[in-house]
Design a protein around this ligand. Structure first.
Ligand SMILES: NC(=O)c1ccc[n+]([C@@H]2O[C@H](COP(=O)([O-])OP(=O)(O)OC[C@H]3O[C@@H](n4cnc5c(N)ncnc54)[C@H](O)[C@@H]3O)[C@@H](O)[C@H]2O)c1
Ligand SMILES: O=C(O)C(=O)C[C@]1(C(=O)O)C=C[C@@H](O)C=C1
Length: 300
């Protein structure tokens, strides 16, 4: 008889088991090679009760400092603006050698807020991660075990991160089904500004613009929304707290991408105004090519 190999972590703690946190829990609950013991901790009593009902964690806790005491790895899955506050609550309680991670959609400001906290705990390895996967839904009911399948997970380890900690977090995300890439926090925030944050800004804005139109036009928007507009409304349905935090924390990169977008949109407007078919057609062809390459890379 062969002994079963030890799981990647003995105790894995998820703080904030919403869409992302509960998806990690679901996957780890299905695949017990990831962790022997799963603990979920949330500030909301309703979320805690729901996670207990769903049965996706071995324990559900209210007090973050108590929840992390035995953890080998803690992943903070709360909105970007609350990550450092949660870290300040748990770092003093974590054991030496443990790994602290988070899944926030913005990295520069999180790293700036975390650096002074982490300086007091040199024995904790901090390995930020960002799974490029999600939906417009939030909360523990929205999660699913295959959310990260074939998606990218971007890691932004600070200089000096122990190689073993980085390797374990890489393995964790690979076991979640993701493909993993390391990058700097600055590069991460610029990439996400164009591929995720600007598209959401445009979606929220176009829905607002349509809604601001006269009553008669608004009814037409609703009547005929089973079209291109509908695709914008999906991401425009996303959580206000999460997106407020993303926009305010990735301010510079997002505003830079917005300026570039406005210039390009104006160029397209000019082409339409002057009847410049070549510019119009080449833009459309570029869009089609990008869509095709996403499909080929299994990202659409
Ligand atoms: N939704 C996405 O598509 C997506 C994708 C990748 C990364 N992210 C990032 O992941 C994080 C979580 O997003 P989500 O969509 O899972 O959010 P969510 O709203 O579904 O879940 C967040 C959970 O955190 C809890 N929470 C909030 N403040 C807390 C605190 N101080 N202490 C303990 N618990 C707290 C909430 O009660 C909630 O259960 C965010 O930082 C977001 O930017 C989101
Ligand atoms: O698919 C969606 O609904 C998402 O909004 C997911 C999405 C994205 O923009 O791609 C949103 C925010 C994240 O940080 C990562 C992924």
């Amino acid at each position: 008889m062969t002994d079963k190999p030890a799981p990647l972590f003995d105790t894995l703690v998820i703080i904030g088991p919403g869409l992302i946190g509960s998806s990690i829990l679901r996957r780890a609950h299905e695949d017990r090679r990831i962790a022997r013991r799963l603990i979920a901790c949330d500030i909301s009593p309703e979320v805690r009760a729901r996670v207990a009902e769903l049965g996706i964690a071995d324990e559900v806790a209210a007090d973050p400092a108590r929840a992390v005491r035995d953890a080998d790895c803690v992943i903070i899955c709360v909105p970007v603006g609350a990550i450092a506050m949660v870290a300040a609550q748990i770092l003093p309680a974590m054991k030496k050698g443990a790994i602290l991670s988070e899944v926030g959609s913005v990295k520069v400001t999180v790293m700036e807020a975390m650096a002074p906290l982490l300086a007091a705990y040199p024995d904790i390895a901090f390995v930020p991660a960002h799974p490029m996967a999600g939906t417009e839904f939030s909360g523990p009911d929205a999660g699913f075990a295959t959310l990260f399948e074939d998606r990218w997970c971007l890691l932004t380890p600070p200089a000096g991160t122990p190689a073993t900690a980085l390797a374990r977090v890489t393995t964790l995300w690979e076991m979640m089904g993701a493909r993993v890439r390391d990058m700097t926090v600055e590069h991460h925030d610029r990439v996400c500004a164009i591929v995720s944050h600007l598209p959401h800004l445009l979606a929220f804005t176009i829905c607002g613009t349509a809604d601001d139109l006269a009553d008669e036009t608004r009814s037409e928007v609703l009547d005929f929304a089973a079209s291109g507009f509908r695709d914008f409304t999906r991401i425009a349905a996303s959580d206000p707290t999460m997106w407020r935090d993303i926009f305010l924390n990735n301010r510079e990169a997002l505003l830079d991408m917005l300026d570039r977008f406005i210039a390009d949109a104006q160029a397209m407007g000019n082409a339409i105004r002057t009847g410049n078919e070549d510019v119009i057609v080449s833009r459309i062809k570029r869009g089609r090519a990008i869509r095709r390459s996403l499909i080929e890379n299994r990202q659409a």
